[in-house]
Design a protein around this ligand. Structure first.
Ligand SMILES: [Zn+2]
Length: 174
């Protein structure tokens, strides 16, 4: 939920900057793009190690591959979302990586849950010293932990993003 809110906020910022009109494609694309890096949660859900999460799909290289594939697909199927809509989608996709970095504090960082932005060229995992929106979380082990984090995300990230979206949309042009 936090990723969708942050992704839509990032897309709305780009849409405002480029003067892009509202459309279903713009917002639905932003919602989808903001969640793409977490496709890797299917591995733990299939019973594999949870360490498969936050790996290759959380890298800038993967974001570039997704972008290139999406561009090729829109050209192949003659969909013409327009450059500014595509830019908003890219912003939503990249916002996922940014949000994961800024909500990962030193404790999770020490446990190896930082974001491998430069994979496969570097093993460095990015996190921050003081997380935004949330506290210095540790690993969640139970379903209850996950639910608590989701509630925390909904209460901390979603309202901040809602304010940002409203400001971006209704701030008068100079
Ligand atoms: Zn993620």
């Amino acid at each position: 939920m936090g990723h969708v809110a942050f992704g839509v906020a990032a897309a709305s910022l780009v849409a405002r900057a480029t003067g892009t009109a509202d459309s279903t494609a713009l917002w639905m694309g932003a919602v989808v793009a903001s969640g793409i890096p977490d496709v890797d949660v299917v591995f733990p859900l299939l019973g594999l190690s949870k360490r498969y999460h936050r790996n290759a799909t959380h890298s800038l290289l993967f974001a570039a591959l997704v972008t290139t594939t999406a561009f090729a697909a829109t050209r192949m199927f003659e969909l013409k979302p327009g450059t500014s809509v595509e830019l908003a989608w890219i912003a939503a996709l990249l916002s996922h990586l940014l949000l994961d970095v800024v909500t990962t504090g030193p404790t999770l960082g020490r446990l190896g849950w930082g974001i491998p932005l430069l994979w496969p060229f570097s093993t460095r995992r990015f996190h921050v010293r003081r997380p935004w929106f949330v506290g210095d979380r540790t690993e969640s082990h139970t379903f209850r932990d996950t639910l608590r984090e989701m509630r925390e995300d909904a209460l901390a990230i979603v309202p901040s993003c809602a304010v940002m979206i409203l400001l971006v949309r209704f701030w008068p042009s100079l």
